[in-house]
Design a protein around this ligand. Structure first.
Ligand code: NAD
Length: 295
């Protein structure tokens, strides 16, 4: 089997399954499932993400509502827009693109989203549901990582997993998901002592740090599975740049049993899972049963 875990191909398959379910939903609900994306300001990376999300939402046969607000939009106006989307029956999922400008309190905005439309899974209610094993919405990137792992291995029960990074968006929900899969989970972070030694114990290593090529091949147990969440742009000479992960692919690939490349590994999963969460939200909001096992 190819060592490389092909997230691009898996994400394409997931989007195709979502599109087929979205068509069925439209027939049964008499409307399309809908995703609203709110972008405040002109951050170039965020603009690219939002454009891609909109395009892929439409390609899956769902409605896309884009709200682009100027950087100086007052917090109160943003909260009012979220409230309007909360009660809009055409909107099943709401995503507020982060980061928000400094004058806006991100936690307050996320807390204002109806948890049942919080397809990013960032609301404390959804974090609590994940931590206690209740159905809710799980952040897209870590859920995508677990989908890739389960697709490759089936059961993950009993495996030693090390998650590097403890952010609310990736590291912590990743750890919760792996606990739910019956892994023995260690969460490492910037204050961890002797990180290479901690990583050497792992059957599964998830790197979500934001430091280019930090995890080296000689940190890995031979045969370990490596999931590289990092997306870092580094200079590539002649004024050009290239994307690398948090794992040094050249030294890690020969040692690993399976590894996600950057780009083409975890990255493409995030939007595909967002669309998956949106079609799930649409069914729950419309009171239509959905067999989620194939998603
Ligand atoms: P973050 O900055 O919020 O968190 C980074 C974490 O890494 C922190 O918990 C910190 O304790 C830990 N850390 C920092 N330095 C460390 C060190 N030297 N050793 C061990 N741990 C260290 O970042 P994030 O939002 O969790 O994102 C992490 C990476 O994943 C970034 O590269 C980001 O671009 C990428 N990312 C990718 C996707 C995707 O779609 N594939 C989505 C989200 C984030």
């Amino acid at each position: 089997m190819d060592k490389r875990i092909d997230g691009k191909a898996f994400a394409e398959g997931l989007r195709a399954r979502v599109a087929s379910i979205a068509a069925d939903f439209e027939g049964r609900a008499g409307r399309q499932a809908g995703l609203a994306v709110v972008l405040v300001g002109e951050d170039p990376a965020s603009q690219v993400y939002v454009r891609n999300k909109g395009k892929q939402t439409l390609a899956c046969g769902m409605a896309s509502f884009e709200h682009k607000l100027p950087a100086e939009t007052p917090e109160a106006d943003l909260l009012a827009l979220v409230e309007q989307l909360n009660v809009d029956p055409a909107v099943d999922g709401i995503l507020v693109q982060l980061p928000l400008p400094a004058h806006v309190n991100e936690s307050k905005v996320i807390a204002a989203i109806n948890p049942d439309k919080d397809v990013d899974g960032f609301h404390v209610v959804n974090a609590g549901r994940l931590a206690t094993g209740l159905p809710g919405f799980v952040p897209c990137t870590p859920l995508g990582c677990v989908m890739l792992l389960k697709d490759r291995f089936g059961s993950l029960a009993g495996l030693d997993a090390v998650v590097i990074g403890r952010s609310n968006i990736v590291g912590k929900p990743m750890a919760q998901l792996l606990i739910a899969e019956s892994c023995t989970v260690t969460v490492a972070h910037s204050r961890t002592r002797d990180l290479p030694e901690v990583v050497r114990r792992a059957d599964i290593v998830v790197a979500a740090v934001g430091r280019p090529e930090m995890v080296k091949g000689d940190w890995l147990k031979p045969g370990a599975t490596v999931i590289d969440v990092g997306i870092n742009r580094v200079p590539a000479g002649e004024g050009k740049t290239r994307l690398v992960g948090d794992v040094d692919f050249a030294s890690a690939a020969p040692v690993a049993g399976a590894i996600t490349p950057v780009p083409g590994g975890v990255g493409p999963m995030t939007i595909a899972v967002l669309l998956r969460n949106t079609i799930v939200a649409a069914h729950r909001n419309a009171g239509i049963a959905l067999d989620e096992s194939g998603l």
